[in-house]
Design a protein around this ligand. Structure first.
Ligand SMILES: Cc1ncc(COP(=O)(O)O)c(C=O)c1O
Length: 387
């Protein structure tokens, strides 16, 4: 490996949300990584810093070119320049889209367990969460299409939030599943918001299928939210894009992003995205290979040391979805208990709609993973001793 993902960089005292924790705590929760971003992004941002003037910015043509070429070359989507709109983040974009396409009291379809902001983006805007839970067979997740169709056919269901790849399960949806979703949504007049923020974090050889690439229908009824932030660890820079192929829908979304004040880039947002999508493919490949090894480290450890906790198999995201169904007691409290006993801070599954699970972020140097696993084991054994 050319790049060193083992290197520890102290993030304590840097106002990092993830590391705003106690002295002996190990944070493996919120979805950013403990890897410094790719050198070419660092250089691009540094050059902007050194200029010393960070006034209002416009989007350079290079920003459009970077998204178009990355999605064409890496993901096989013929994204067009004019589909692209800037947004200060995927969550603000989702919120704007919900307000633009639904009225208070309308229903927004989600598929739990799912990213917690999918719930809050709906309820904070006075809309109704209309959940079509994924089916879980004890190993993999799949879509309950009969239930999904029933939910989509409700006349008040106007938007579906699709997480592709899926946080927290790490599922990468297949072309056929996406096609079916597209057909059902088209039949019932539901617009799909495809949140594809995790799409670049996939195991070597395991690509994702962009929703808009699946069929003309999928393209025309969807809004894709894409960004370099998860893969290249840039969440604090606030840089994302919303791609909308259908012109009338695009105009609506463009107006909504402007009205909400989330359509203008900060001085670093474009340079970082351009560098990521034009110069950092090799860095990303190595980062993904490292994350894959971290995932295997977790799986091997659990199998041998803690078989009562299972990692749901996945080839995407740096989030490991831990099935704790076999443990006794009220699992709503499990994450809190482990944090208190061992300092390991994970997300409780309840925030995603699955109280029997925990979410472990392995986007970090391996020594943290190893430390985290030992703490997890100690916490679970202590829990078992009390239940
Ligand atoms: C599925 C998903 N969407 C969106 C976000 C956050 O996006 P942003 O930081 O661009 O608002 C996250 C962060 O974890 C996520 O997992």
């Amino acid at each position: 490996m050319t790049y060193d993902f083992d290197r520890i960089i102290n993030r304590r005292g840097t106002d990092a949300m993830k590391w705003n924790v106690g002295e002996n705590e190990l944070p493996m929760w919120v979805a950013d990584t403990d890897f410094p971003t790719a050198p070419a992004i660092w250089e691009a941002v540094k050059a902007r810093v050194e200029h010393g003037i960070w006034g209002y910015s416009v989007l350079p043509e290079a920003w459009y070119d970077a998204y178009v070429s990355w999605w064409r070359d890496r993901h096989g989507l013929a994204l067009e320049r004019d589909w692209l709109l800037f947004a200060l983040g995927v969550v603000p974009a989702i919120s704007s889209v919900i307000r633009a396409l639904t009225d208070p009291g309308d229903k927004v379809v989600i598929q739990s367990p799912v990213y917690n902001c999918f719930f809050s983006a709906v309820t904070d805007n006075g809309r109704v969460v209309w959940d079509s839970p994924l089916k879980y067979d004890g190993c993999t997740y799949s879509i309950d299409f009969a239930d999904l169709e029933a939910k989509l056919s409700d006349p008040r269901a106007k938007v579906m939030l699709l997480c592709n790849p899926h946080n927290p399960t790490g599922n990468i949806w297949g072309r056929e599943e996406l096609k079916r979703i597209g057909e059902l949504c088209a039949r019932h007049g539901v617009t799909v918001v495809a949140d594809e923020i995790h799409c670049d974090v996939t195991a070597p050889g395991a690509g994702y299928v962009p929703f808009a690439s699946v069929s003309d229908t999928c393209r025309d009824i969807s809004i894709s939210c894409i960004a370099p932030t998860k893969a290249f660890n840039l969440a604090g820079l606030k840089t994302a894009a919303v791609a909308v192929a259908e012109p009338a829908l695009r105009e609506k979304i463009k107006a909504a992003l402007h009205a909400d004040g989330v359509a203008e880039a900060n001085a670093f947002a474009a340079d970082a995205a351009v560098a990521a999508f034009t110069k950092c493919g090799e860095w990303l490949d190595q980062c993904n290979a490292y994350i894959g090894e971290n995932r295997r480290t977790v799986e091997a450890f659990l199998e041998k040391e803690l078989p009562q906790v299972k990692a749901v198999p996945s080839k995407s995201t740096y989030l490991v979805w831990l099935d704790c169904t076999a443990l006794k007691g009220d699992k709503e409290k499990l994450a809190e208990y482990i944090r208190e006993k061992t300092g390991l801070f994970m997300n409780a599954g309840r925030m995603y709609g699955a109280p029997d699970f925990l979410r472990l972020n392995v986007g970090c140097p391996r020594v943290y993973v190893e430390d985290g696993l030992n703490r997890l084991k100690a916490g679970v054994l202590a829990w078992e001793g009390e239940h």
